[in-house]
Design a protein around this ligand. Structure first.
Ligand SMILES: [Ca+2]
Ligand SMILES: [Ca+2]
Ligand SMILES: [Ca+2]
Length: 259
């Protein structure tokens, strides 16, 4: 299935596996009142808007594992949704723009070389963590307060302009990355992120798997619990966490993101 752009799609949809190059308007746009749409594994290049979730009475949408490249705008979100695993690069205006909503989750994404990495307008209480912000013209525009860490207060984001030091060697910086007076990332990563890289050295190897192994089977509060190992944030260290790391075993952030 090919979209040439300017699509209006209503209801609950699964939109996957499309390649849209030189779309005239929006590559994939949802304008509707549905819930639980999935937009996954699409590639949109050289269009006006890559992916747009517009308006209004909807929630639970998932935007995952898409590549949005060299558009004017990358991913526009004004719907309560989860945006994860996407690569948004070289979009001239912004990588992602959150507008007017709360409770949006933006995690495990890669924003590189966009005019603005993430632009947040009239939107507060959204969670933005485990993302890479690399060499965007402006890394972030935020005015209202948002949340820049994950559930266990141990994961932030990677910022290529962060010059922090890491005295205790846990892979996150000594001091917060200050965005503005309302926003800071308390756990800036020392290297670009890929899922499963628990010690933030930019690769997934035995060091990461060992951290999970030592805590395996524990739940929150258990003596061997290690919050770093709970990759899916369900308060249990188990097979789901191990699968995330082992799926990326041997990868670096460059091979994972194709950079
Ligand atoms: Ca540290
Ligand atoms: Ca690692
Ligand atoms: Ca878990």
């Amino acid at each position: 299935m090919y979209y040439s752009g300017n699509k209006t799609i209503t209801g609950n949809n699964i939109i996957t596996g499309n390649k849209i190059i030189l779309g005239t308007d929006t590559g994939i746009g949802l304008y509707r009142r549905g819930h639980g749409n999935l937009i996954s594994k699409n590639t949109i290049e050289l269009s006006s808007v890559g992916i747009g979730l517009y308006v209004d009475i909807g929630s639970g949408d998932i935007v995952s594992d898409n590549v949005v490249k060299a558009n004017e705008y990358g991913i526009f979100v004004s719907v309560n949704s989860t945006v994860t695993g996407n690569k948004a690069v070289e979009n001239t205006d912004f990588g992602i723009w959150l507008s007017g909503k709360t409770g949006i989750k933006v995690r495990d994404n890669h924003f590189r070389g966009n005019g603005i990495g993430i632009d947040i307008t009239w939107a507060s209480g959204n969670s933005i963590y485990r993302n890479n912000f690399i060499a965007n013209g402006d890394q972030v525009h935020a005015t209202s307060p948002n949340i820049w860490h994950g559930r266990w207060n141990v994961t932030g984001n990677y910022w290529s302009d962060c010059t922090d030091t890491d005295t205790n060697g846990d892979g996150t910086g000594d001091t917060p990355y200050i965005i503005d007076s309302n926003n800071k990332d308390n756990f800036p990563f020392m290297n670009p992120y890929l899922p499963g890289d628990i010690n933030h050295d930019g690769q997934v190897n035995m060091i990461d798997l060992n951290i999970i192994s030592k805590a395996y089977g524990s739940s929150h509060g258990h003596p061997s619990w290690d919050r770093r190992a709970d990759l899916n944030e369900d308060a249990v260290i188990g097979m789901n966490d191990m699968n995330i790391a082992s799926a990326n075993f041997g990868k670096t952030w460059q091979t994972y993101w194709g950079e």
